[in-house]
Design a protein around this ligand. Structure first.
Ligand code: SF4
Length: 295
């Protein structure tokens, strides 16, 4: 995969209201493109204007300068997040160290952070995440591991560039042992591929066993222009005959819900209650930091 350097005009985007699933206030993308090549990835959609999503990684060479400058001017504290448009811990991060550099800045400015990743490389930065947690409170350093199946072989087919699910679970356990707030993002759920109730139950149980405080589910996937055409081409290659079933079931619809979504939600609700798992990360509250300051 080609690596090309670019300069970013800005790095942080702010949400007026933190979203209800991840509680995120500020979002940054340190790279463009992603080396994990998940067959279902929505970042291929035309609206994101990444011409060669699977062929080229763009490294934002001034990302850390921009972040230091932009974050220092923010008056409202809230989760600084990365991992929505690409994975900050994809292989290129081993040498470019933008995620690590960003964590150093976030730690110095005492902001909370929420990382979303499929990679065990995030454990490299456990020291910085722990420092952020110590400065901001129990939920000040959150790491969400996206896991769509407990089956490593299936994960290798649908997320060919990402570490196996078992490595993600082990990494989550490592960070949980460091006292970080960790959990699983169970999305997307691919109809007729990863929507098997028994394997979803197995995944939720494994998440709890490996230290998850929460599991954030979404019972379906999106299908949009270039995302859909790439996904359908991969279905033809990996699961012959399935594309035609999708076309009949979903036509041109943007949203493709799992047909057994109601049953999956019931199973999730029962398991989450039994294993004491939350289903979202609430927006970061300064109350926690104030309490910390009292001691
Ligand atoms: S890790 Fe995330 S951003 Fe990267 S290809 Fe997979 S779904 Fe897309």
């Amino acid at each position: 995969m080609r690596v090309r350097e670019i300069e970013a005009k800005t790095i942080l985007s702010s949400a007026k209201h933190p979203d209800p699933w991840f509680g995120v206030k500020y979002t940054m993308n340190l790279y463009r493109g992603c080396q994990h090549h998940c067959i279902y990835c929505d970042s291929r959609s035309e609206c994101y204007q990444i011409a060669d999503f699977d062929g080229e990684i763009l490294v934002k060479t001034n990302a850390l300068e921009r972040l230091r400058d932009e974050l220092a001017r923010k008056r409202t504290k809230g989760y600084v997040s990365t991992g929505s448009m690409n994975d900050p811990y994809m292989p290129v991060e081993r040498v470019r160290l933008l995620a690590r550099g960003a964590l150093e800045i976030v730690a110095a400015l005492r902001f909370p952070v929420h990382i979303i990743t499929k990679s065990d490389l995030v454990t490299r930065d456990a020291d910085l995440l722990r420092a952020i947690r110590d400065a901001t409170g129990e939920k000040g350093a959150v790491v969400s591991f996206t896991i769509t199946t407990p089956d490593d072989d299936l994960a290798r087919q649908i997320e060919p560039g990402a570490p196996p699910s078992s490595a993600r679970l082990a990494a989550m356990q490592t960070l949980a042992a460091r006292g970080l707030w960790v959990g699983v993002t169970l999305m997307p759920v691919l109809p007729a591929i990863t929507d098997d109730e028994a394997s979803i139950r197995r995944l939720i149980e494994a998440a709890a066993d490996y230290g998850a405080k929460y599991v954030i589910p979404a019972w379906g996937m999106t299908l949009r222009d270039r995302q859909r055409s790439h996904y359908y081409a991969q279905l033809d290659r990996l699961f012959p005959g399935l594309r035609e079933k999708y076309e009949r079931a979903y036509g041109d619809r943007y949203s493709a819900g799992a047909p057994n979504a109601v049953r999956l939600e019931a199973a999730f609700a029962e398991l989450a209650q039994r294993r004491r798992l939350e289903r979202a990360v609430a927006p970061w509250s300064t109350g926690e930091a104030k309490q910390l300051a009292l001691f």
